[in-house]
Design a protein around this ligand. Structure first.
Ligand code: E4P
Length: 223
């Protein structure tokens, strides 16, 4: 399973990249707004900077919701860097646009997926990725991991090449569950990724190893 970071924050992207396990980045208009990035030129420049930091797929979301607008915006985003993946919302014009991008060699990420039916449509249109929003589904009292499992089963049975990009991940267990459920990629903020590192027995074990090693060093120094 690939690891993407879901943020437009450059410090977090750098920290995740420094771990050496980062495969890509996803953003969305809310994440860009959180960093205060506004206006087309500034947004494009921010994507250029992210592409320079991470050698992997970088999802850049269109703001238009009509077919012509999505195509124009998507072409401009794709021209920024070969690693840009045009992120398109799961709407009727979005599906039409994904088909156009597929036919014209532009990678896409169909976002705001909340059902298996939506994932099938996006895959039929040739989307590179579908993004089921696991955390938001859980937040509404449904089961996000079950949706990932269902989509994985359907894509496997049908032979769809579209990759499942599990999004809206809230905690380390979500990442583990996504890996078990057959997600190709998970995208999340830095915190759940760093959460995977933690276990109290690791901390206790390491503290004991260091204590014993120091004791032996001290004994060797007096001998
Ligand atoms: C996916 O690409 C979205 O950017 C993201 O994962 C949404 O997550 P949220 O539900 O935490 O906003």
């Amino acid at each position: 399973m690939k690891f993407f970071i879901d943020t437009a924050n450059l410090a977090q992207i750098k920290e995740a990249a420094a771990l050496g396990i980062l495969d890509g980045v996803t953003t969305n208009p809310s994440l860009m707004a959180k960093e205060g990035i506004k206006g087309e030129e500034a947004i494009h420049q921010h994507y250029r900077t992210i592409c320079d930091l991470v050698d992997g797929d970088i999802s850049a979301e269109v703001l238009s919701t009509d077919y012509e607008g999505i195509i124009e915006e998507g072409k401009a985003l794709a021209a920024i860097h070969p690693n840009i993946v045009v992120k398109v919302p799961m709407i009727k014009d979005g599906i039409k646009a994904i088909k156009w991008f597929t036919d014209n060699g532009i990678k896409t990420n169909c976002t705001l997926i909340f059902s298996a039916g939506q994932a099938i449509l996006a895959a039929k249109a040739g989307a590179t990725y579908v993004s089921p929003f696991l955390g938001r589904i859980d937040d509404s009292g449904w089961n996000g991991v079950q949706l990932i499992e269902q989509i994985a089963q359907i894509f496997n049975v049908q032979g769809f090449k579209t990759q499942i990009l599990a999004a809206s991940i809230r905690n380390p267990n979500h990442i583990i569950d996504c890996a078990a459920a057959g997600a190709d990629v998970c995208t999340c903020p830095l915190e759940p990724i760093l959460g995977l590192l933690k276990h109290p027995l690791t901390d206790l074990g390491l503290a004991k190893f260091i204590e014993d090693a120091k004791k032996m060093q001290a004994e060797a120094a007096v001998a």
